[in-house]
Design a protein around this ligand. Structure first.
Ligand SMILES: C[S@@+](CC[C@H](N)C(=O)[O-])C[C@H]1O[C@@H](n2cnc3c(N)ncnc32)[C@H](O)[C@@H]1O
Length: 221
């Protein structure tokens, strides 16, 4: 088993079970043209997010880490007509590209992209009583995952789902002495989850065109 095979299988799945469409393709194309990093979720991961959003009947979704809005589009498509997704992004160029991609997908009425460091925007969302959010997707800088998770719990309700991406990091999550702040961020999340009675959580390792990683899924009890 190697990267070539994981990519080939992801490609096969995309061609069969997860067909793309013009808006999703255009979002990836515009992101690439604007030289955004190629770190969006894969199509099958995007669809998994959408399925979770549908399972919780999401009418309010919070996303931390927008990039070009690719996962935003997958998630927002699960919303009811008057549902709302708020996505947080620190990089102005990313927000510009994402807003255009979301508009092209016909979702501007449901999606708000807020520019700024998420740790500054999250307290504002709490002040505004913007929650509770039915689904929260944490996919920004990994060092701050513990803080994002703490804020997510404040902004969630019983029955919400919190999903955290990139939590295995090619297995580096095992390295307790790692000097990588991203690895330490994930490890701290796991320590929190070990004690946190308010959630039922698990982590699944994943392979695919984006390599070897994993996602944590936490159900708010
Ligand atoms: C992995 S990408 C998000 C990918 C996107 N969720 C998708 O799958 O299409 C991470 C994004 O988080 C943003 N980001 C990094 N640090 C941030 C912070 N402190 N606050 C808000 N956004 C941040 C980055 O600029 C980047 O666009």
């Amino acid at each position: 088993m190697n990267q070539e095979q994981w990519s080939a299988v992801d490609h096969y799945i995309s061609q069969t079970v997860v067909p793309s469409d013009a808006a999703l393709e255009a979002a990836l194309e515009a992101s690439s043209k604007a030289e955004l990093p190629s770190i969006a979720v894969t199509p099958n991961q995007g669809k998994l997010l959408q399925i979770f959003a549908r399972l919780v009947n999401a009418s309010r979704i919070l996303e931390i880490g927008t990039l070009g809005g690719y996962s935003t589009i997958w998630l927002a498509r699960a919303l009811a007509k008057d549902g709302k997704l708020i996505s947080l992004e620190v990089n102005a160029k990313h927000t510009d590209v994402a807003r255009a991609n979301v508009a092209r997908a016909g979702l501007s009425g449901n999606v708000e992209i807020r520019l700024g460091p998420a740790l500054e925007t999250l307290p504002k969302l709490a002040e505004e009583r913007a929650g509770p959010f039915d689904l929260i997707f944490i996919d920004a800088d990994k060092a701050n995952i513990p803080e994002y998770f703490t804020w997510s719990l404040k902004l969630a309700r019983h029955g919400s789902v919190i999903i955290v991406d990139n939590v295995v990091r090619k297995g580096a999550v095992l390295e307790s002495n790692s000097s990588d702040v991203d690895v330490q961020g994930v490890r701290k999340l796991n320590e929190m989850l070990a004690k946190e009675k308010r959630v039922t959580a698990t982590t699944i390792q994943t392979v695919g065109s984006k390599g070897y990683d994993g996602i944590t899924i936490a159900f708010v009890n």
